[in-house]
Design a binder for this molecule. Structure first.
Ligand code: SAM
Length: 224
C-alpha cells in the first residue's frame, strides 16, 4: 500500500477525537480514509466517489487493509450520498476543483444541517471557495500550507458559524495572513510573479479581469 502523501497527511491532521462521523468525498484510492480508520478507532468513515473505477480501487485497498467493517463506500456525487441517519459531522474533500466542491455543497444544503466541520484542499480559486463557504454559514477556523513534490497546497478548516471577512482575507486566507509563515510569503511571491506575467501578456480588452489582477497585485506587493 502506498504511503500517504504529505498533502493528505496535512488534511488528516485536521481530524481530531471530537469528530464522530466523517465522509471522505472523492476518495479515489481510499488512502485518506484508510489512514483515518487506523488513527481514530472510534471514527465512523464513509469513503465516496462519483467514479465507479475509483471507488472499486478504494474498495480493493480497504479490503487489503482489513478495514471493511470500519469504512463504508458509496458511489455518487458530493454530499448527495449521505442521509440524516449517517449523522455526518465532518466532511473532507481533497484534490478537487473549487467549482465542483461549491456546486455539490450548494446543491444539497439540507444535508449540511448536522455538519459542523468541512476540511477542504482545493487546487483552484480559494477566494471563490472561502466566499461561498462563508455565505453557506461556515467560518475559517484554521488554515495550513504544505509543500508536496514541489507544489504548495492550501488546506482550510471551515467550522459552522458566522464571521465577516475583507476581500484580502478571502483572497489570501485570514489565518494564513496572521501566521505569516515563510511558506506563505513564498506562495504570495510566486502568485505575484505569475499575476504580473499574466497582466503583461494579456491582450487588449478584458477590462474587469485586468482591474482584478491589479487589485490582487497591490495586495500581494504589500505582503511580500
Ligand atoms: C484528483 S482525485 C483526488 C483523490 C483524493 N481525494 C486525493 O486528494 O488524493 C479527485 C477524485 O474526486 C472524484 N470526484 C470528482 N468529482 C466528484 C464529485 N462531484 N463527487 C464525488 N467525487 C468526485 C474523482 O472521481 C476523483 O477520484
Amino acid at each position: 500500500m502506498s504511503k500517504l502523501s504529505k498533502r493528505l497527511e496535512m488534511v488528516a491532521n485536521f481530524i481530531d477525537n471530537n469528530d464522530k462521523s466523517v465522509i471522505d468525498i472523492g476518495c479515489d484510492h481510499g488512502l485518506l480514509s484508510i489512514y483515518l480508520a487506523n488513527k481514530f478507532k472510534n471514527l465512523k468513515i464513509i469513503a465516496s466517489d462519483v467514479n465507479k473505477n475509483a471507488l472499486d480501487n478504494a474498495k480493493k485497498n480497504i479490503t487489503k487493509c482489513g478495514l471493511n467493517d470500519r469504512i463504508e463506500t458509496r458511489l455518487g456525487s458530493g454530499i448527495s450520498v449521505i442521509n440524516n441517519n449517517d449523522n455526518i459531522d465532518t466532511i473532507v474533500v481533497a484534490g478537487m476543483g473549487t467549482n465542483t466542491i461549491v456546486e455539490f455543497l450548494k446543491c444539497s444544503r439540507d444535508k449540511l444541517v448536522n455538519v459542523n466541520k468541512i476540511i477542504i484542499q482545493s487546487n483552484t480559486d480559494l477566494y471563490f471557495l472561502r466566499k461561498n463557504m462563508v455565505s453557506m454559514g461556515y467560518f475559517i477556523d484554521d488554515e495550513e500550507l504544505v509543500v508536496d513534490k514541489g507544489i504548495i497546497y492550501t488546506i482550510i478548516k471551515f467550522v459552522k458559524g458566522k464571521m465577516k471577512y475583507s476581500y484580502k482575507e478571502l483572497y489570501l486566507g485570514p489565518i494564513l495572513i496572521s501566521k505569516n509563515s515563510d511558506l506563505f510569503i513564498d506562495k504570495c511571491t510566486k502568485e505575484l510573479n505569475n499575476m504580473k506575467k499574466i497582466l503583461k501578456n494579456i491582450s487588449k480588452g478584458h477590462y474587469l479581469y485586468k482591474l482584478k489582477l491589479k487589485k490582487n497585485i497591490r495586495i500581494l506587493e504589500n505582503i511580500t
